[in-house]
Design a protein around this ligand. Structure first.
Ligand code: ATP
Ligand code: MG
Length: 249
């Protein structure tokens, strides 16, 4: 990571790519995670590689929704673990959420490695290893969740999630907070709160909003959630992408 000159115009993007490569080498990220990263990187370039105002609003609404939740869970896959392990732990402790590992390509080895990686970054309880419940209407491996985790959750943060699983969770009645750089992808399309932003910026910013709102009363939090307009947020991101205001230009 230190080999990238910090004044390189694509510094943050290169750093992110290196973290995914390191994740693959460590056995916590699947090779397919590199493709997901490439798609994300392209959309981030088109967005200007910054948190656009509508994404910041979504991040504040997400923080409010998490603080209102009875049983919030942050879902972690191989890319999330490679990119923002410490930030996941920070968010979970700030809004009192559980952390659950959920992998598209699930193997016991990767589950264990990611759990150890998250613990190295300060996580106490890591869910997902029991896999004693199933998400209905999803193929066997991808449907595995913990009964006391995502299965029971009322609000779930699902970053970089594939569309089928995001849809199945939404059909279960979960309030989904999706972090995804592609506003046209099905995952943000089914989310109650779509955050169109890079996870490396989004995750710490949700936490920051969570800290700022920690003492807010329920009515204030509810008002923030209710006034959030998911359609407007998706449209604003798409407009930004179409406007051609490219990163580094
Ligand atoms: P599907 O149609 O099933 O959703 P997809 O093309 O969206 O498929 P996936 O691998 O399922 O591909 O999802 C990866 C998603 O994660 C992509 O939409 C990509 O833009 C997004 N993504 C990748 N890296 C990041 C990142 N660092 N921050 C936020 N989103 C990211
Ligand atoms: Mg997608």
């Amino acid at each position: 990571e230190t080999e990238i000159p910090t004044d390189h115009p694509r510094y943050q993007d290169l750093l992110t790519r290196h973290r995914i490569e390191a994740g693959v080498e460590k056995g916590i990220t699947h090779l397919q995670g590199m493709h997901a990263e490439g798609r994300g990187s392209a959309f981030d370039y088109l967005l200007g590689e910054e948190t656009i105002p509508s994404a910041d609003e979504a991040e504040r609404a997400a923080a409010a929704q998490l603080l209102l939740a009875d049983h919030p869970v942050v879902s972690v896959n191989g890319n999330v673990a490679a990119l923002v392990p410490g930030e996941v732990v920070d968010l979970a402790s700030t809004v009192d959420a559980a952390i659950e590992i959920n992998l598209f390509n699930r193997t016991p080895e990767r589950m264990e490695r990611i759990a150890a990686h998250l613990r190295d970054h300060g996580a106490e309880d890591v869910l997902g290893l029991d896999a004693d419940a199933r998400i209905p209407n999803l193929d066997h491996e991808r449907s595995k969740v913990d009964a006391d985790g995502i299965y029971e959750a009322d609000v779930v943060v699902v970053p970089l999630e594939d569309g089928d699983r995001a849809e199945a969770l939404s059909e279960m009645g979960k309030t989904e907070i999706v972090i995804d750089l592609n506003p046209l992808s099905r995952s943000p399309q089914v989310a109650a709160i779509p955050i169109v932003d890079n996870i490396v910026r989004a995750m710490p910013n949700v936490t920051e909003h969570g800290r700022a709102l920690a003492d807010a009363d329920g009515a204030t939090l509810r008002e923030i959630v209710d006034s959030f307009d998911r359609e407007a947020a998706l449209a604003a991101a798409e407009d930004r992408i179409r406007s051609g205001d490219l990163a580094g230009e």
